[in-house]
Write a protein that binds this ligand. Structure first.
Ligand SMILES: [Mg+2]
Length: 387
């Protein structure tokens, strides 16, 4: 099998998204399209195509990358090429240290190629990686809301959707609107946190993610509070690069610290582990080079008796890719779901991921990444093609 072509359809999302406040839904720029997105396609000589959703602004880079490095190659031998873009591997002159492409572009391509491999073998990717489960509990990954009242309403909505776990992004994470941001302090975060705990009782698992907004002092104060309230995990309290500060926080708190979603270099995870700066690893798989990189990270964590919790927040393609990985690893507790469910969905992709009545997501059955593209809708929504 040979790769014969590449294209990105720049799509305008459907009318229903026009009114959505993107900033409240997704402030930190993961591939999460609402108004426009890119549908990437890699073509092969056997008529099997691999798809992924990418940021529209990455389309030109992606097309250039595939043309430069992948045209004419066999998708089944993807790591002959893509392996060289993982910074941690240094094979003499074969390593490409200064290739100039963001690793996420490599990650998009890698996901497309897994889609092709799975479709060629008529198996979902998790079966090829080695399936170990059929379903995973999901948590609602909260919007970034600046008031107590709206947070309470939002929490209730999530529980009525069926979620048994909830991750709070406290008001401090709503940094998009500077007017609102100025009025918010960690004290408001704690007010919201106590209200949410009061409503959740012991029935709902609570996670806490201030998206790296605290300094060392506040991170400890808030950490002690959520620890005493029985929160399950404390994600990204401070900047990930503060290895010493995070190590001290890990030592001072019993609640597990989780770091890693901003990193794009596997080597940095090894640094975090060596520095004892985190209890749990986390990744956005596109950002570290794709599905194979995420599996490497899962294994790295496993060998250090740690969990690895992939960040599955984003488009349908992102959600499906992360779910494939989770189904092939033991050391992960939760699937992260945007809320309300469907927030980032487009009808260009026929399949969606939804929780069942008990709050679980299930293994997709379709081959490859597990979703199908609706060619008719794709045509309708396409405003530009880059190839
Ligand atoms: Mg996070």
């Amino acid at each position: 099998m040979k790769i014969t072509g590449v294209q990105v359809n720049i799509c305008e999302a459907e009318e229903k998204y026009k009114g959505i406040d993107r900033m409240r839904s997704c402030p930190h720029g993961v591939p999460g399209p609402l108004k426009t997105f890119g549908l990437a396609t890699i073509f092969t000589d056997e008529g099997i195509n691999g798809f992924y959703q990418i940021r529209a602004k990455d389309a030109h880079l992606f097309v250039e990358f595939v043309k430069n490095f992948l045209l004419g190659t066999d998708p089944f031998e993807k790591d002959r090429i893509l392996g060289r873009f993982r910074p941690v591997i240094r094979r003499g002159g074969e390593w490409f240290p200064f290739h100039g492409y963001p690793i996420r572009v490599v990650g998009y391509a890698e996901c497309c190629l897994w889609d092709i491999i799975g479709k060629a073998l008529d198996k979902p990717v998790y079966k090829l990686l080695g399936q170990c489960r059929d379903k995973i509990p999901a948590y609602a990954s909260s919007k970034h809301i600046p008031t107590v009242k709206e947070n309470i309403e939002h929490f209730k909505d999530c529980i009525s959707e069926g979620f048994r776990a909830f991750k709070l992004h406290p008001p401090s994470t709503n940094w998009i609107d500077p007017e609102i941001r100025r009025k918010i302090s960690w004290k408001l975060d704690l007010q919201v946190t106590r209200e949410i705990k009061r409503l959740a009782g012991d029935d709902v698992t609570l996670l806490y993610d201030p998206v790296n907004t605290y300094d060392r002092e506040i991170a400890l104060i808030v950490g002690k509070e959520i620890e005493s309230l029985g929160f399950y995990v404390y994600e990204d309290p401070m900047p990930t690069s503060d290895i010493e500060g995070n190590a001290k926080l890990c030592a001072d708190l019993k609640i597990p610290i989780m770091l890693g979603e901003q990193l794009d270099d596997l080597y940095k995870y090894a640094e975090l582990i060596r520095g004892q700066a985190t209890d749990i690893l986390r990744c956005v798989l596109e950002r570290i080079g794709g599905i194979t990189s995420a599996m490497k990270l899962a294994h790295l964590a496993e060998l250090h008796a740690m969990k690895m919790e992939p960040h599955s927040f984003g488009t349908q393609a992102t959600q499906f890719a992360h779910l494939q990985v989770m189904l092939a690893m033991e050391n992960n507790d939760f699937f992260e779901s945007p809320v309300p469910q469907g927030t980032f969905d487009t009808d260009v992709i026929k399949d969606t991921i939804r929780i069942d009545k008990e709050g679980f997501v299930h293994a997709p059955e379709k081959p490859g990444l597990g979703f199908e593209v609706d060619e008719k809708k794709l045509k309708e929504r396409t405003v530009k093609i880059i190839r």
